[in-house]
Design a protein around this ligand. Structure first.
Ligand code: ITT
Length: 190
């Protein structure tokens, strides 16, 4: 079975590829010749995941799934949320995004946070949504060199390491994306 994963984020692709069974041939946007940045104009992560998956099915005619992820911090009114990629501006700069978040949390003891991943699958004229959540806290400073995005400042509940200090298998086992992707895999078995 061929399935496109509609992401330009190579780290997401690596995480998902490590989870999918071998009978699913995972195609990247490069594999199908899609270089354009698909506009993410919805107000929710579910909406943006659906836009990305629908775009590929409509214009490229492939079965496709897409991931939209947001980091919610309740004490900041759930910011950065759907704006996580562009929190510090249009450049989508991971370091600038983390610095802005740490600045906005300066002096705050309430540092609870959660990652939310919405996976939209568009296949056989139907769309299905899967949601994965991982709760944790935002650390005082960045720790670890692995992962991507906000991983160096996110410490999942029950662990003393940040996601950036863990190996890929552990992040996938407990993380938001892994949780959503395992639901997708179950659905595809049916
Ligand atoms: P695509 O839309 O091409 O999939 P993107 O990097 O723009 O890639 P998102 O809009 O879903 O992806 O990402 C929102 C932000 O959250 C962005 O800054 C990411 O770096 C970050 N992010 C996403 N997943 C993450 C994860 O598992 N760990 C840490 N940060 C993550």
């Amino acid at each position: 079975m061929q399935l496109v994963f509609a992401t330009h984020n190579e780290n997401k692709f690596k995480e998902v590829k490590a989870l999918l069974p071998h009978h699913i041939e995972l195609l990247s946007l490069n594999d199908i010749g899609c270089e354009e940045d698909i506009p993410e104009t919805a107000e929710t992560i579910e909406g943006n995941a659906a836009i990305k998956a629908d775009y590929i099915t409509s214009y490229y005619n492939y079965a496709c799934f897409a991931d939209d992820t947001g980091l919610e911090v309740p004490v900041l009114n759930n910011e950065p949320g759907v704006l996580s990629a562009r929190y510090a501006g249009e450049g989508k700069n991971d370091r600038a995004n983390m610095e802005k978040l740490l600045r906005n949390l300066e002096g705050k003891t309430q540092r609870d946070a959660r990652f939310k991943t919405a996976i939209a699958l568009s296949m056989n004229g139907k769309e299905v949504m899967f949601l994965g959540i991982c709760t944790g806290t935002i650390t005082e400073r960045s720790r670890g060199l692995g992962g991507f995005g906000y991983d160096p400042i996110f410490q999942p509940d029950g662990y003393s390491e940040t996601f950036a200090e863990m190996d890929l298998a552990t992040k996938n086992e407990i993380g938001h994306r892994g949780r959503a992707i395992r639901q997708l895999i179950e659905y595809l078995k049916e």
